[in-house]
Design a protein around this ligand. Structure first.
Ligand SMILES: [Zn+2]
Length: 346
């Protein structure tokens, strides 16, 4: 039975009547289509920073856990994820099967020797890192490099990161980097990476350059500020001061980034999965206008990742809500319907 949805489609809130022709939306009426829901329509939510498939840090990718995690995303209305780093190469069905969102991924993380979680990621010699990143991006469209880690650790040299960007782009892919230190953020912006993940301690003076050169920011705000209370209990060390000051400044940094015109992507980073609404709420609490916070977790993130919104010819994904989520974020917690690839999944 052909799925049909009707209502007001964000971001413009224009009335629309869509029919799923296989995996594409069409406005051409299909006789006897099943009007599954009416209301406020989003082209699905997007979690642009999630690492499904492993229960604990450093553990290998587990197919059963991966499937459960992806189902949790779908139940939350997430129709597209980007995994900037996985615990292993995902199985063939990842991002394709009916009970999974669409999925982009960067394969295993690429990190420096002595950094990142033991058991996870590849650690090439620095001279080999650009080639490894390009090979990954050629396979899946994205590579992810961890350019800084704990307090006091070395930041990846800018010339190596610049070469990685050049090679990844030549391979037709994009490069995401993990950064949580001011020095790392500066290197990432100077090298012209495609997206900065976390971006804690980023110098606000760099935001205009990011906007100009199209470097996106995935602030993972809820997970960073969520760790703040726990970190404040730690003994007073330079590492604690770094985290507490960076996490305290992070909401303001994110609001300033939106103001500066930086593309923001909503991402939840850690378990449990299916919490994208928490990140939207955290963005709004930081002072990001609800329209922009929703865009970061829906139409703007889709566009950045190469997927169209609710238009004829676009991939047939949608979330149907009973109220305008810009006025009532609570509507996100009770979707009337979730549609992926032209099929109702929730
Ligand atoms: Zn992450």
């Amino acid at each position: 039975m052909t799925v049909r949805i009707r209502g007001f489609a964000l971001p413009e809130a224009e009335p629309i009547d869509l029919y799923a022709d296989g995996d594409r939306w069409t406005t051409d009426p299909v006789p006897h289509a099943d009007l599954v829901a009416e209301g406020w329509l989003l082209p699905g939510l997007v979690d642009a920073h999630t690492h499904p498939g492993a229960q604990e840090l450093g553990r290998p990718l587990d197919d059963a856990i991966l499937r459960d995690d992806l189902r949790a995303h779908l139940a939350a209305g997430v129709t597209l994820i980007r995994a900037p780093g996985l615990a292993g190469d995902p199985p063939e069905w990842f991002g394709r099967d009916e009970d999974t969102p669409r999925a982009l991924h960067a394969g295993e993380w690429i990190a420096q020797h002595g950094q990142f979680f033991p058991g996870w990621g590849r650690r090439p010699d620095p001279a080999d890192l650009p080639r490894i990143a390009a090979a990954q991006a050629a396979r899946t469209g994205w590579a992810k490099v961890v350019i800084d880690w704990k307090y006091g650790d070395d930041v990846l040299p800018v010339d190596i990161l610049r070469e990685a960007v050049t090679r990844v782009h030549a391979a037709g892919g994009r490069l995401a980097v993990h950064s949580q230190h001011a020095a790392g953020g500066a290197v990432a912006v100077e090298a012209g990476v495609d997206s900065i993940e976390h971006g804690m301690c980023l110098d606000p003076d760099l935001l205009s350059t990011m906007a100009e050169q199209g470097t996106a920011l995935t602030p993972t705000l809820s997970v960073i500020t969520g760790s703040l209370a726990r970190k404040q209990q730690d003994p007073d060390t330079p590492g604690r001061s770094w985290y507490v000051s960076g996490a305290t400044a992070h909401p303001g940094l994110v609001a300033a980034a939106v103001e500066a015109g930086v593309t923001i992507l909503a991402g939840t980073d850690s378990r449990p999965h299916g919490r994208i609404t928490d990140e939207i709420r955290a963005l709004v609490a930081a002072g990001v206008p609800p329209h922009e916070a929703l865009g970061a977790a829906s139409w703007k993130a889709r566009s950045y990742l190469g997927f169209a919104g609710l238009t004829a010819g676009a991939p047939a994904d949608a979330v149907v809500l009973d109220a305008d989520p810009r006025l009532d974020l609570g509507a996100l917690s009770r979707p009337r319907a979730v549609i992926v690839r032209g099929r109702r999944v929730a």
